[in-house]
Design a protein. Structure first.
Length: 511
């Protein structure tokens, strides 16, 4: 049977699921930064600049703007659907990698299905985010590099190393795959002789050049970028202080890994031991250990406790070993590889359906926030163009429409931008400067879960210290307590978790 008959069904399923769950707007907080940076053609201040993602999207925007007159406000649609297209391509690349490692089309198809049905993969394939593009480049790079090692084609080895290095400019977690470049040649039969060692060192050097070259150029040549980068580092320090890494992160790490791919978490410990017993060191075992290494390193980062998408980092490396183990063990029990493929497909689908049922309420709530963000400029149009906004989850929308030139609004943002116990004094400072400050009390923008609760509690304390004037159905202007013309009641206490019992029950700490 032709290879395409094996990989095409998982790719089609992947595209179908991605389109069902595609984000109504741009996606998570980081998507704002990527979208604005891509329109401007300037690297992000986050991590190493995400330059590859920014600049290829910028080139696409310039072409679409020139040919189709695409406006900056609609550029996010182009960026988003390029990511959508990369989703099924990543599934195909995963199939090829697993087939090359295992020699089994059935195992490769199971690996592709593990990726295609991963809830995190599906969700982030429909956003302007770098996670899925990074997975695509990782997987393609590994396929090329592995074939170069197996066929002793140096040019393929070097291209694979260059692509893997370039992937660091999509997501810095690709850097965790560096051990593969060092150890894989010797798992594939290379020897500790001068030529093989030289080629390995050269591939590592090329990886480093492509990984850090772009960031190094911008950091050394552009003082504005350097200042922005240090600002990002400070915000990360503040976030890390709020969510310090520690043993308490192990449970959310396991939870998020299970949410990423339940079958992989269940099977990978046994699969590692089984592979070692049967073949000792092998490229497939090494790659799985590298993927596990990448995910374990995330325990050192505060994000592990609040964001599930980071554990996608090791997925393309773990899927081939898990799939091979399932294919071999079930083939022995059921009598054929086709029966094993059918059983695995059914199990993967059952887990996916169960995950969808569990996550659907969260998905609906997120979709509602994102859909409103797309039209939040209509709310902002009713306010002064230089207003100071406290909009909870819609902070992203305020910043997006500001960067698109719709106004000059300033934000008191949630997360690292929240002034903690200084909120009331921040209000007072703005009012002394004759700045108009507004709060959006819509409960949809204030999630009564996790670290958001402290922000809600701080916000509710300000109600007794200020007067409020209603502007729209949910937006109130904050006025000094001496203003007799501001006598409306925003009822901010209604945002507290104790008044939103049903919503609290649906909480899931996914950041």
């Amino acid at each position: 049977m032709s290879a395409w008959r094996w990989w095409l069904p998982p790719a089609i399923v992947s595209l179908f699921l991605i389109l069902i769950f595609v984000d109504p707007f741009i996606g998570d907080w980081d998507a704002l930064e990527y979208t604005v940076s891509a329109v401007r053609g300037y690297p992000s201040s986050m991590a190493l600049g995400r330059g590859l993602f920014i600049f290829y999207n910028h080139a696409l925007y310039l072409a679409a703007h020139s040919i189709f007159n695409l406006s900056p406000q609609r550029a996010y649609l182009l960026f988003k659907y390029v990511v959508v297209a990369q989703g099924p391509l990543t599934v195909v690349a995963c199939w090829m990698l697993a087939r090359d490692l295992s020699g089994s089309r059935a195992a490769a198809t199971i690996a592709a299905l593990l990726l295609a049905f991963s809830p995190m993969f599906v969700v982030y394939s429909g956003q302007v985010m770098t996670d899925v593009p990074a997975l695509f480049l990782i997987t393609v790079a590994l396929v090329i590099h592995l074939r170069g090692l197996q066929q002793r084609r140096i040019w393929l080895v070097l291209i694979g190393a260059a692509l893997l290095g370039a992937g660091v400019n999509l997501r810095e977690t690709v850097l965790f795959y560096a051990p593969w470049l060092v150890l894989a040649p010797f798992c594939c039969g290379w020897k500790l002789r001068r030529r093989d060692l030289s080629m390995t060192i050269l591939s590592c050097a090329i990886f480093s050049l492509f990984a850090f070259g772009g960031f190094g150029y911008w950091f050394l040549s552009d003082p504005a970028y350097r200042a922005a980068w240090f600002g990002w580092r400070e915000s990360m320090r503040v976030e890390s202080a709020r969510h310090p890494p520690g043993l308490s992160n192990v449970f959310p790490w396991l939870t998020f890994l299970f949410a990423t791919s339940p079958l992989i978490l269940i099977t990978i410990p046994v699969a590692l031991v089984n592979q070692w017993r049967e073949r000792k060191w092998s490229p497939m075992l090494l790659l799985a250990l590298v993927g596990l290494f990448a995910d374990v390193l995330l325990l050192l980062n505060y994000s592990t406790a609040i964001n599930w998408r980071y554990l996608l980092a090791g997925l393309p490396a773990l899927a081939p070993l898990s799939a091979s183990f399932l294919a071999r063990s079930l083939s022995k029990r059921l009598g054929s590889s086709r029966s094993a493929l059918t059983a695995c497909s059914a199990a993967i689908a059952v887990f996916a359906i169960a995950s969808a049922i569990f996550l659907w309420p969260l998905r609906i709530a997120q979709a509602e926030v994102r859909a409103a963000a797309k039209n939040y400029d209509q709310q902002l149009a009713q306010l002064p163009r230089d207003a100071v906004m406290i909009s909870g989850a819609q902070t992203v929308a305020v910043m997006y429409w500001r960067e698109m030139g719709e106004g000059q609004w300033e934000v008191i943002g949630t997360g690292s931008g929240w002034p903690e116990s200084r909120l009331a004094s921040v209000f007072e400072d703005y009012l002394k400067q004759n700045r108009r400050v507004f709060v959006d009390s819509d409960p949809r923008w204030w999630q009564p879960c996790g670290w958001h609760i402290s922000e809600i509690e701080e916000l509710t304390k300000t109600e007794s210290r200020f007067h409020f004037r209603r502007i729209t159905q949910t937006i109130y202007e904050i006025r000094p307590a001496t203003d007799p013309n501001a006598s409306d009641t925003p009822d901010l206490k209604a945002l507290l978790p104790e008044h939103r019992v049903n919503e609290v029950k649906r909480c899931f700490n996914a950041g």
